[in-house]
Write a protein that binds this ligand. Structure first.
Ligand SMILES: [Fe+2]
Length: 278
């Protein structure tokens, strides 16, 4: 299948033009998409019309399909178990989706779990006119740019990642770990395919560097977060209806810009748990 890969920004991101993801893909097409994804970390396919099963099939070409780790108190929905609906649509005044409103801090999906999902895909069903953009920050670049002293000091350190479901902005220094899922992960993590080191902490979930002085650890984390915010490391994706986006959680953190409450936003999320390594 003939298609074009067009780089979106020096930080990351490429648009893949000329593929209808409803179609069955040949192994060589899948291999080319995988290569573009490893090179650019975010791939964007515009003007798609995908059902939940189309989206799940696509993820299955590249790895195992993740199950949505829904909070225990969230009601069962009619969605496929791998689908998480991110939307501010309300029924009887109650949001029907996860993280419905507003700005969301930089984070990595599912790092509160032992085996975080390698990739996230979103399909844009309804988009806002103003805001609600997704920012992707390249964590290879952040790692490379950090002072050598920090890289050496934290080379073998782990950080604790804690998530209180539904939070988009961290409002407490520490969440209650008896009720919030949490897991330690390396501060710097080596990508299994590219072999490169990437920063693997984020302001929404990371609470502390383990076995490290608390004040000093907090200071370094805040410094790392400042690097993550640098414009030269960021792609800002402005959503269009029909966008299908897949990104690599192992080398990116992502955030959401604020948007008006009276505009409808609906994105269907399916994650890839483990990439099929060649
Ligand atoms: Fe996310």
């Amino acid at each position: 299948m003939e298609f074009e890969v067009r780089q979106m920004s020096p930080a990351c991101g490429a648009e893949i033009i000329g593929i209808d993801l409803r179609q069955q893909l040949q192994p060589e097409t899948v291999a080319a998409i995988r290569d573009a994804w490893h090179k650019y970390h975010v791939v964007v396919f515009r003007d798609q019309e995908l059902s939940d099963l189309d989206q799940i099939r696509f993820v299955g070409y590249l790895g195992s399909v993740g199950e949505y780790m829904r909070p225990k108190d969230l009601q069962e929905s009619d969605n496929h178990p791998s689908v998480m609906m991110i939307t501010n649509i309300r029924e009887n005044g109650e949001p029907i989706g996860a993280v419905p409103d507003g700005e969301m801090m930089f984070h990595t999906d599912t790092t509160y779990a032992e085996n975080p999902h390698d990739a996230t895909t979103l399909f844009a069903m309804q988009v806002t006119k103003d805001g609600g953009h997704t920012l992707f920050s390249n964590q290879y670049m952040v790692y490379d740019a950090l002072p050598e002293k920090i890289k050496t000091t934290l080379a073998d350190k782990q950080a604790m990642n804690v998530f209180e479901f539904g939070t988009a902005v961290k409002t407490k220094h520490r969440y209650d770990r008896s009720t919030s899922p949490h897991h330690p992960h390396p501060v710097f993590k080596r990508h299994p395919v590219t072999g490169r080191l990437a920063v693997f902490v984020c302001p929404l979930l990371t609470e502390e560097i383990i076995d490290f002085p608390e004040d000093k650890g907090e200071e370094i984390l805040q410094l790392i977060y400042q690097y993550q915010e640098r414009q030269e490391f960021i792609l800002e994706h402005v959503w269009q209806k029909g966008d299908f986006v897949m990104w690599d959680n192992r080398c990116l953190v992502h955030a959401r810009t604020d948007f008006p409450r009276d505009q409808t936003r609906q994105l269907r999320r399916v994650t890839m748990l483990d990439e099929k390594l060649a």
